[in-house]
Ligand binder design. Structure first.
Ligand code: FO1
Length: 321
């Protein structure tokens, strides 16, 4: 397939807000049209967790692996052609191994840990890792501070995001979600500046509760989104009330948030200009338009390279002129 690079004719400052699966899929399409150095991404860090003493940062790592061409594109997390020798060894010491850390992935976690121990803040660590891997997209973690998604189950158990999604396989009813630490957390300054200086901001089709929600829970980032001159476009992660991947629809239902693209538009209504929704959801257009938000109906499934590239073209046409 021919890669259509528009770089010469495209000087829009683009910023993405990203979680771990939907937005990286969209970014694969964007990469086929624009050079990585044209892209800035603010990544969620509230899925982060500690395993065997090492900080693991799934959403940021997916972005790093994507932009260094190492991502396992079957799972959309971890490194391709991975092995699990270290994990099998860890199990021999009686440790739980429900969170599958691969050998190559551990390389990243060890170097990150070293940089953190040397006193770098988290954004500096990500910059250093990207620079060592030759990543030219700007990946900015939302905060250097501790923010963690915590999910309270109906039975009163509070789970981390990884316990909920990987250990429990989302097989448990959630009553409420909070973002531990978000009230005190400061945004990374470059993230605030990126929002203020962008021409167009794309809220990718990531989970609004566990991926975009934590980013919005940081006051400075939400305020910057409400005040920016940028055009803000969201891509819905839902079609006919179902998520393309992950627990977004299920969680929204359990939290009594309308699990449709209208629900998505309502969640982002304070700052949203345009929402891109699935062809199947055409009947929601009028209700969304009544909120003062423009709708574009198209194929948003992002399953194939062709679909990713086509959606990118639609987004680029909608960018602030
Ligand atoms: N997801 C799984 O379903 N099972 C795993 O064992 C698993 C391990 C894992 C290790 C490193 C990493 O960066 C991500 C990993 N994920 C795993 C994905 C992760 O749980 C979620 O997909 C993201 O947090 C969602 O954004």
């Amino acid at each position: 397939m021919v890669v259509v690079h528009l770089n010469g004719n495209f000087d829009n400052k683009l910023l993405f807000l990203a979680g771990g699966t939907g937005t990286p899929k969209l970014l694969m399409g964007v990469r086929r049209i624009l050079n990585d150095d044209k892209l800035t991404i603010i990544g969620n860090t509230a899925d982060d967790d500690i395993f065997y003493g090492l900080l693991i940062s799934p959403d940021i790592d997916t972005l790093i692996y994507l932009f260094s061409d190492q991502l396992d594109l079957k799972k959309f997390w971890g490194v391709k052609n991975e092995s699990f020798n270290a994990l099998n060894q860890i199990e021999k010491y009686g440790e739980e191994i429900w969170f599958r850390l691969g050998d190559k992935d551990l390389g990243l976690h060890l170097v990150r840990n070293k940089l953190l121990l040397q006193g770098c803040n988290y954004h500096e660590v990500v910059q250093e890792l990207c620079s060592r891997l030759g990543v030219t997209a700007k990946i900015i973690p939302m905060t250097n501070d501790h923010v963690r998604t915590k999910l309270l189950t109906k039975s009163g158990l509070e789970l981390s995001f990884q316990e909920y999604t990987v250990k429990m396989r989302e097989n448990i009813t959630i009553q409420s979600v909070r973002y531990e630490g978000s009230e005190k957390a400061a945004a990374v300054e470059e993230a605030v500046n990126a929002i203020s200086n962008a021409d167009t901001i794309i809220i990718g089709p990531s989970n609004p509760i566990t991926s975009i929600g934590p980013i919005l829970s940081i006051r400075e980032l939400k305020t910057a989104l409400c005040n920016t001159e940028a055009k803000i476009i969201a891509v819905s992660p839902l079609s006919s009330g179902k998520a393309f991947s992950g627990p977004a629809a299920r969680l929204m239902n359990e939290l009594n948030i309308e699990a449709t693209s209208l629900g998505i538009a309502k969640l982002y209504r304070e700052f949203l200009n345009t929402v891109i929704i699935c062809n199947n959801d055409k009947e929601l257009q009028d209700e969304i338009n009544k909120l003062g938000i423009k709708t574009i109906c198209t194929n948003i499934s992002l399953k194939t390279e062709y679909e990713r590239e086509e959606l990118t073209k639609i987004i680029l046409k909608e960018c602030k002129k």
